[in-house]
Design a binder for this molecule. Structure first.
Ligand SMILES: NC(=O)c1ccc[n+]([C@@H]2O[C@H](COP(=O)([O-])OP(=O)(O)OC[C@H]3O[C@@H](n4cnc5c(N)ncnc54)[C@H](O)[C@@H]3O)[C@@H](O)[C@H]2O)c1
Length: 444
């Protein structure tokens, strides 16, 4: 890559990134192509093997190169390698970045991955090492949970013998490399020296402001608020969509008009809120709010409303099919897109998957096409044709290249009388044409 930094101080040359997932891999590569020696640590042997063989399914790119090209280049240059060997990585690196997450299951958080990672780091920690937590956490986690484990396992004191900082991860999947570099990065340390060192380390990758906040809790909390505000905004616009449907006007036109106001920025409705970040965010606040006896009713309602959108979508589809005398349990439903958002390969907490599960539970036959998501499912098909031909309904749930423009070639494969339910606003220009050709179009 073109962006090698000539002036990286020797103390920041060796970087270990724990967790080689959607954040950790592109972050590790960002340090590598700027000239650091980077080890990426993960507990999944198959993932580590794939990565070391140049295989990743992520859809990231930077400077005209795909993540696959960047990965191969950095492996060949010997600047990046993945490993499961924590002790080896800790021996060779003095800058430790943690991107291991806190999964939420049925509304409950699970700290075990993160804390076991921290425990391994603590056991192998050396004097003067810098540990930067980059995972999204329950506010207070770095000081209350992570610091005591690091001190206990290492027998050293944070801020004196080793350095500890928290820096929130703010990227969106698909724009990771660009946002590591050009989204302001926020950091705080257990003491000034920790914050200073973390800022210097992060500045190797971040080419815009690295903002130092007064307290790690501030950065942890700001991160969760950033995500929760999107959750609430999306819940609000979903209600707006129900209102405009009932009123018989187009939500997208209303949003476009409203957003001409300089202080208004309405988001767009869709099939639900997916991914690891926004749906989890409320559940990172809730436990701390309970401890502090703070009421989060609005935030909770927004979360519940958003998690119910897949049911709303299926009900809308059922209603439309019933108008045509068809029952969902005997319907063949084509689905375009199973990723958690447009142009992504990530199907974690994916609204399309939720919608498909509900459809299957109701007895529908589902034929879902997504050329980018690698996960295997029984309901997946290998071509657009299999998803759109001879169907009672077609649901457009996530855009991918190949059908983000609903062109004539696709339309010609759809039979008359098919319900087309567009939740991604890709057929608005063709709506009247499709209706004239005997299809039933609904949008959200
Ligand atoms: N994905 C995003 O767009 C995004 C954006 C901002 C913030 N975040 C936050 O960043 C963090 C990572 O998210 P992600 O999407 O990369 O998750 P991910 O699940 O893709 O990656 C986490 C990786 O950590 C690995 N892991 C688990 N235990 C480990 C251990 N003990 N040692 C080493 N590795 C271990 C897992 O195997 C996994 O590959 C989360 O806290 C998330 O909330 C994610």
């Amino acid at each position: 890559m073109s962006s090698i930094e000539s002036n990286i101080k020797s103390e920041y040359k060796n970087v270990a990134v724990f967790g080689q997932g959607f954040v950790g891999l592109p972050l590790a590569l960002s340090f590598a192509f700027r000239g650091c020696n980077v080890l990426g640590i993960d507990v999944i042997q198959g993932l580590v093997d794939d990565i070391n063989n140049g295989i990743t399914y992520h859809t990231e790119s930077f400077d005209g190169k795909s993540i696959q090209e960047i990965l191969k280049e950095q492996i060949d240059l010997g600047r990046y390698r993945a490993t499961t060997d924590t002790a080896y990585a800790m021996k060779n690196c003095n800058n430790i970045i943690v991107t291991v997450g806190i999964p939420i299951r049925n509304g409950e958080h699970d700290l075990s991955d993160l804390l076991s990672c921290i425990s391994e780091i603590g056991k192998n920690l050396k004097r003067e090492d810098l540990v930067v937590i980059r995972s999204t956490v329950i506010p207070g986690t770095t000081e209350e949970r992570i610091l005591p484990i690091l001190e206990m396992e290492s027998g050293m004191k944070a801020g004196e013998d080793f350095y500890l900082a928290y820096s929130s991860e703010r990227i969106a999947e698909g724009r990771a490399f660009e946002e590591f570099a050009y989204m302001p990065t926020v950091v705080a340390g257990i003491n000034d020296e920790s914050a200073k060192r973390a800022k210097e380390l992060l500045s190797i990758v971040c080419k815009t402001d690295v903002i130092v906040a007064s307290d790690m809790k501030v950065v942890e909390t700001a991160k969760v608020f950033e995500n929760v505000q999107r959750d609430v905004n999306i819940a609000m616009v979903q209600e707006f969509a129900r209102f405009t449907e009932a009123l018989g006007i187009d939500i997208y036109e209303v949003i476009k008009v409203a957003n001409t106001h300089k202080r208004v920025n309405l988001l767009t409705p869709g099939p639900g809120v997916g991914g690891y970040c926004i749906p989890n965010a409320y559940y990172y606040l809730e436990p701390k709010a309970e401890e502090l006896r703070v009421n989060l009713d609005i935030l909770k309602l927004a979360r519940l409303k958003n998690s119910d959108i897949p049911n709303v979508i299926v009900s809308m589809l059922e209603g439309e099919l019933l108008k045509l005398g068809k029952k969902i349990e005997t319907s063949r439903v084509g689905v375009l897109g199973i990723a958690m958002k447009d142009y992504s390969n990530d199907d974690r907490i994916s609204p399309p998957i939720e919608i498909i599960k509900i459809l299957l539970e109701k007895g529908a036959r589902v034929f879902a096409y997504d050329p980018v998501v690698p996960t295997k499912y029984d309901f997946k098909v290998d071509s657009i044709e299999e998803a759109v031909e001879e169907k009672d309904a077609i649901l457009i749930l996530a855009k991918q290249k190949g059908y983000d423009r609903f062109n004539e070639e696709i339309v010609n494969k759809i039979k008359k009388g098919t319900v087309i339910f567009d939740t991604r606003n890709i057929i608005s220009e063709k709506k009247e044409d499709l209706k004239a050709r005997g299809m039933f179009v609904i949008t959200i």
